[in-house]
Ligand binder design. Structure first.
Ligand SMILES: [Zn+2]
Length: 460
């Protein structure tokens, strides 16, 4: 069908007109910037720049610049329009708590949790200064904390910023918490926070905390974590001349134990290698020190069998394991009295919550887990099956109090580089993660069922 405007033209003129029309149209599209695209690009670069600013604050243990981080976070909160407060459970260790009030204050709130500290770096092993947040030509942003876990803290803020500007109104209150000291056990951070009166008043119903990067296209989500047991075993025996063969020397007794531990370690590792279990589902045990020998000015005395020998092990126990059976194994096989051995836990984290139940956040029949899965799917993300986090996170302080906590850091197609050299996150993955959180926060904050339908907190 011809356009009425063109009907009065001859066919030559009509072709000419069409050509000119298309020429102008093409120029308009190709040469002039598309305002929509430009705005989106400006917005993305602002989002990335804010992420870089947070990464550039050196919050590495043992002397994190917490105040600088707190000032930055408070300024972000102001620009978004969130209520903010700084709480110091220990002097010089600020915890930043931000609030977006929901329309129904009777409903338990949502806690978006992150830690502000990072682990130290060996700068000479990095391609870029670890606190420069250098963006390379592939779009990778290099910085300590890019994965663990300044990305998550800033993604929460960006998602909230977008939801707020879109006019979204949460039903449940949303809290964002930026806590110190996770990398040094969280005692002055998450632990005291979870124990505080402030924590009681904010009536938390669900905690989101960190997860791990995923080298595949599927995000990972964690419902539990392994508890660290740090074990030292000690053997004693008669000392003797280095030339003598006799039974029950300290070294001989310790070696028998080490062999026993090694066999157990191999059996657990085989379960992972064969694909029967995930890394977080087995008991891991690794020898971390050996202490024996009689010192001499040049090293060790070589012709004396010592009377004492010790070894230390970092053991990680999933809440699905039987801790009593493991303790029996330690007492009977790894440090038996019959071989003149003793043992001591340098640290032993419980695998139970304060109600005596395994430290696990339910996945089935847990509305928060279902909402998370749906929200990730809606934002075109894929989620792997629920996992046990292989190491410790601050989630344990919340799970210990019977609260559900989900470990989730939206980083797909990304190598796991937490605590490693050249930690990075790609900017496209980071931006995608903001969308994922936008979807999750929207779903969580809109979930208006009352406690009767959520289940009691104890059941969650
Ligand atoms: Zn972390």
């Amino acid at each position: 069908m011809d356009y009425p405007l063109l009907t009065s033209f001859s066919s030559t003129n009509r072709s000419l007109f069409l050509f000119l029309f298309l020429f102008v149209l093409l120029n308009t599209c190709l040469l002039l910037p598309n305002p929509g695209v430009a705005v989106a690009e400006d917005e993305s670069s602002a989002v990335i720049s804010r992420f870089q600013q947070y990464l550039q604050i050196d919050t590495a243990q043992p002397s994190p610049r917490y105040q600088e981080a707190a000032d930055f976070l408070i300024s972000q909160a102001k620009s978004i329009g969130l209520e903010s407060q700084i709480i110091e459970f220990a002097v010089g260790k600020p915890l930043v708590l931000l609030k977006w009030a929901g329309s129904d204050p009777t409903l338990p709130s949502i806690l978006l949790y992150s830690h502000t500290d990072v682990v130290p770096v060996e700068q000479h092993k990095w391609a870029y200064p670890a606190f420069s947040a250098q963006l390379d030509s592939h779009g990778n942003i290099y910085a300590r904390g890019a994965q663990d876990m300044k990305c998550v803290g800033m993604q929460y803020l960006e998602a909230v910023r977008r939801l707020k500007s879109s006019g979204f109104q949460p039903v449940r209150s949303i809290y964002l918490c930026f806590a110190p000291d996770e990398e040094i056990n969280g005692h002055d951070g998450a632990e005291k926070f979870a124990d505080s009166d402030i924590f009681k008043t904010i009536n938390v119903g669900i905690v989101l905390d960190e997860g791990l990067a995923s080298p595949t296209e599927k995000y990972r989500a964690f419902y539990a974590e392994r508890s660290p047991w740090w074990l030292a075993i000690k053997a004693t025996g008669s000392p003797g001349h280095g030339s003598r063969l006799y039974d029950n020397s300290a070294m001989e007794n310790l070696l028998k134990s080490i062999e026993s531990v090694r066999r157990f370690r191999a059996s657990q590792f085989d379960l992972v290698k064969s694909g029967l279990k995930e890394e977080g589902e087995v008991i891991s045990v690794n020898m971390v020190f050996l202490k024996a020998g009689t010192p001499s000015p040049t090293g060790f005395v070589m012709n004396v069998q010592p009377s004492e020998a010790e070894a230390g092990f970092d053991i990680r126990v999933p809440p699905t394991a039987d801790p009593e059976a493991l303790e029996r194994r330690i007492a009977e096989e790894w440090a038996p009295v019959s071989r003149n051995m003793t043992y001591e836990f340098k640290s032993k984290a419980t695998v139970y919550d304060k109600f005596g139940r395994p430290l696990i956040t339910k996945t089935n029949s847990n509305p928060w887990w279902v909402l998370l899965e749906e929200a990730v799917r809606k934002a075109n993300g894929k989620l792997g099956k629920p996992e046990i986090f292989p190491a410790a996170t601050d989630s344990r302080h919340f799970r210990f109090r019977g609260l559900p906590a989900i470990g989730f850091s939206p980083m797909a197609n990304t190598p796991v580089l937490l605590h490693d050299h050249n930690e990075f996150l790609n900017k496209a993955e980071y931006l995608k993660g903001v969308e994922i959180y936008e979807s999750i926060i929207k779903a969580y904050a809109s979930y208006a069922e009352h406690a009767s339908n959520e289940g009691t907190k104890d059941e969650l």
